[in-house]
Structures are given as C-alpha cells and as structure tokens.
Design a protein around this ligand. Structure first.
Ligand code: CIR
Length: 263
C-alpha cells in the first residue's frame, strides 16, 4: 500500500530558535527539552515499524525546520520539492533537496515565482492525491504539482481547507486505503465522499493530524475519545506527546517525510 507502507522517514531535530516558530495564536513558549523528548519518542515509534529513520541535524536559521513534512512530497515515482508559502520557511525546501537527491534520481521542484505549496496541504491517498488550498498553498502551486503528478499517471483533486485552519492535513489523516480520520467540520465539506470517515471526538479537533506509518497509527496524546474510536476500529496506536509542537500548530504528520525511494 503506497499510501502508508514506507521503508524510510526523514526527521530533523528542533533547534533552540524553535521559540521563534510561527503560530496562529500565542499559547506560550515551547519547551525545547520536552519537545526533544517527544521527538525522540516519535522517531523511536517510526523505527519500531522496521523503517530506516534518517535524522537530520537542527537548522537554527529556520525556526520551523523541525516540521520537515512541508518541504517535499515523496512518492515511489519521484519526489517534488515544495515552495512554502510562509516567507520564513521558503529556504527550508532548498535545505531538504540535497538529502532527497541522494535517494531520488527523479527529483522535481516547484519553481514558479507565484507558486506556493506546503506539503501539509497534501494528503496522499491510495488512488489519488488531495491538495487543499490554504493560506500557504495557492492555485498556481497546486497546478504545478498536478502537472508533475500527471506525468506519473497520478490524479490530483483540489479540496478546501476550512477557514482559520493552517493546513488541510491539520484536520485529517489517512488511516488506511479506504479510511480517513477527519474533523467533522472538514468532513462536512464532502471531500471524503467515497471513503470511510472516522470523526475526531467532540472538542478533539487537534487529534486529526495523525499518521499511519506501516503497522502503526501515531497520534497526539491526550485525546481519549478519538483514541477510543481508533482502537475500536482496530488500529495499533502509539500516543506521542505533542504539547510543545501544538504551541506552533504542528502535529504528527509535520514531523517527518515518509516514503519508499525507488530501488
Ligand atoms: C508553521 O506555521 O508553518 C509551523 N509553525 C507549523 C507547521 C506544521 N506543519 C504541518 O502541518 N505540516
């Protein structure tokens, strides 16, 4: 299953400059030591599935660089380096490119001066790729990505991110080829019609950003109603502390690139 079976993940250690990371609402300074502990738990869970986890060093020049997901989309056919819509994050994409170039002979780049796209807005499903327009991702960015994916025979479907939500995947995650975990406000848009949808629990919208990685579902700790719904559905869960990344609007998906490079 290309949408959740992976041999590799890339993570990046948080830097002390994380204190300057972007956030919609200031709920207090993230605690770097606690974030490092959560990050270690996260990497350990990924590795537990048998995947190779490549941990890149901290990049203090980019306060949000721990959120590597936004820099690239990696598929079995090739990888695409994004053009983040947040000006302070634009350079993170170039920092990721040489690492992916070692694994992908087929490395593409979003290049248009008016094209902006962050991979937090991209949900890779089994038979299609959903891309949400957001404050970080615009029509030109989506069109450029869709052109690259079309060369590989992959269908792109544009969807909308709810107002005030950072990224499309802030509000949803793929659980398996047929199943999406989503907030009721996003699922109500109809974008998951045809999929089985598991709703996050009442008041637990922040649990929607989870990941399926091989046999495991990694979810943020502290959301008992969503956890129980996923357990009832039969998923093998790992709850990971996310209190510090949450202060920066980050969650489980943001912390890694997950992929199987071409052999
Ligand atoms: C930002 O605002 O860009 C970061 N503080 C959080 C990025 C989270 N990334 C993601 O949802 N993929």
């Amino acid at each position: 299953m290309r949408s959740y079976s992976f041999t590799h993940a890339i993570t990046r250690l948080p830097a002390p400059s994380i204190l300057d990371g972007l956030r919609a609402v200031d709920t207090g300074a993230p605690d770097l030591a606690r974030m490092m502990q959560h990050h270690a738990d996260y990497s350990k869970a990924l590795a537990e599935t048998g995947a190779k986890v490549i941990q890149l060093p901290a990049l203090p020049a980019y306060p949000d660089s721990v959120f590597v997901e936004d820099t690239a989309l990696c598929l079995p056919e090739g990888a695409v380096i994004m053009r983040p819509g947040a000006p302070s994050r634009l350079g993170e994409a170039g920092e990721m490119a040489p690492h992916l170039a070692q694994l992908y002979p087929n490395l593409h780049h979003i290049t248009g001066a008016d094209s902006f796209i962050e991979a937090g807005d991209i949900l890779m499903c089994e038979g299609e790729v959903l891309v949400g327009r957001s404050a970080r991702t615009n029509g030109a960015g989506i069109a450029e990505l869709a052109g690259i994916l079309a060369q590989w025979g992959i269908k792109t479907r544009e969807v909308f991110t709810p107002a005030g939500v950072l990224h499309f995947k802030t509000d949803c995650s793929l659980m398996d080829a047929e199943t999406i975990l989503a907030t009721p406000r996003l699922a109500a848009s109809g974008c998951f019609d045809g999929y089985r949808v598991i709703h996050t629990g009442d008041g637990e919208e922040a649990a929607a950003n989870a990941i399926r990685f091989n046999n495991l579902v990694l979810m943020a700790a502290g959301f008992p109603r969503t956890r129980d719904a996923l357990l009832r559905a039969g998923y093998e869960l790992r709850e990971i502390g996310n209190s510090e990344c949450a202060k920066l609007d980050g969650g489980m998906s943001c912390l890694s690139l997950r992929f199987t490079p071409p052999s």
